[in-house]
Design a protein around this ligand. Structure first.
Ligand code: 13P
Length: 328
């Protein structure tokens, strides 16, 4: 095995120029076959990565795929917590995330030590954590949820159960409203979804009166109120495919437009921009750290590899498996 250079370690990704004239996509697929590797990609990654992946999906779909694969190596095109979830589910496999700097603002908004204090301060409460958390936070959790199963899983608890929900405040607020619960909410947020502009969305609705508004539940309540449908990336994609409507205002990270356009080439998808930008769409800078070149180098050098301390993984696996069981 090629030795990992200290400079790569410091950077968190393989900083090796790819050889000139190489067909990266063909080489990536060849290495996948040779090494029995699969590529999983979230809908928020670059379109070129979605096109070469073995599976493209939302957070729940990605965890379900990882749990059932018989590949030896999983390359996770997405962010760090997704790689951690895969590693916890598949401790014997090599889980590679092409750039370890691909963190998640939601996971960052919930440091494990502060969350542990919050949980300790509320004895008798059970903990429901969004999948966008570190392994250390999952280890403090009773059940993990994603945006596609949060309502269903919260409803498995008795109506008067004392629940903490973290870290996404907007999602927790939405689920409280949907289920009539009063879960205690951690005040975290996604830096992409919190920035969508109500003003610009209202303007776009006026410009396209027949358009359906597709909103991810990590958005602020004022944005959710303007939605025709609220759901996970997979749910929004399915709605767009099934809908007889031709125009959609998309209020989630703009990577999803790739798959929407691919499935519905004749429909019109308009990304809703954030408040503070002249740019037409809203991108996650962490998701964009994964590139075709980095996937090539990751497979070539089998690095960077995700590691989760055994005692953290032993606790974090339980709420993840509970989620997978409740999602069947
Ligand atoms: P879903 O994958 O559940 O749609 O959520 C989006 C997200 O927050 C990914 O980080």
């Amino acid at each position: 095995m090629t030795q990992i250079k200290d400079s790569w370690k410091a950077k968190g990704y393989v900083d090796e120029p790819v050889p000139q004239g190489v067909d990266l996509k063909a080489e990536i697929r060849r290495m996948c076959k040779e090494k029995n590797a699969i590529i999983l990609a979230h809908y928020y990654t670059e379109g070129v990565l979605q096109d070469i992946a073995d599976f493209v999906g939302d957070s729940l779909g990605l965890a379900q795929q990882a749990a059932k694969t018989d590949a030896d190596i999983i390359v996770m095109c997405g962010v760090h917590f997704m790689g951690e979830t895969n590693k916890i589910l598949c401790p014997q496999k090599k889980v590679l995330v092409p750039d370890l700097n691909a963190t998640c603002s939601l996971a960052e908004s919930c440091p494990a030590d502060k969350f542990a204090d919050f949980v300790k301060a509320h004895p008798g409460y059970q903990v429901v954590s969004y999948v966008n958390t570190t392994a250390a936070v999952k280890a403090l959790t009773d059940v993990v949820v994603t945006s596609s199963n949060a309502k269903k899983i919260v409803e498995t608890f008795p109506k008067d159960a004392k629940l903490i929900f973290g870290p996404d405040y907007n999602l927790g607020n939405y689920i409280n409203a949907q289920t009539g619960r009063q879960m205690l909410l951690w005040n975290g947020g996604c830096h992409v979804h919190e920035r969508f502009s109500v003003t610009k969305l209202v303007e776009l609705k006026k410009e396209h009166p027949g358009a359906k508004v597709l909103v991810h539940p990590e958005c602020r309540g004022a944005v959710v109120k303007l939605a025709d449908v609220v759901g996970s990336t997979a749910a929004l994609l399915k709605y767009a495919i099934d809908s007889p409507c031709n125009t959609f205002l998309v209020v989630t990270e703009s990577g999803i437009l790739h798959e929407m356009q691919k499935h519905c080439p004749d429909k019109h998808f308009i990304p809703v921009p954030p408040d503070d930008s002249t740019c037409g769409c809203n991108e996650c800078n962490y998701m964009r750290l994964c590139t075709l070149e980095k996937v090539y180098n990751t497979l070539r050098y089998e690095w960077p590899e995700i590691e989760v301390p055994a005692e953290v993984a032993a606790r974090a696996i339980k709420p993840i498996e509970r989620m997978l069981e409740l999602s069947k």
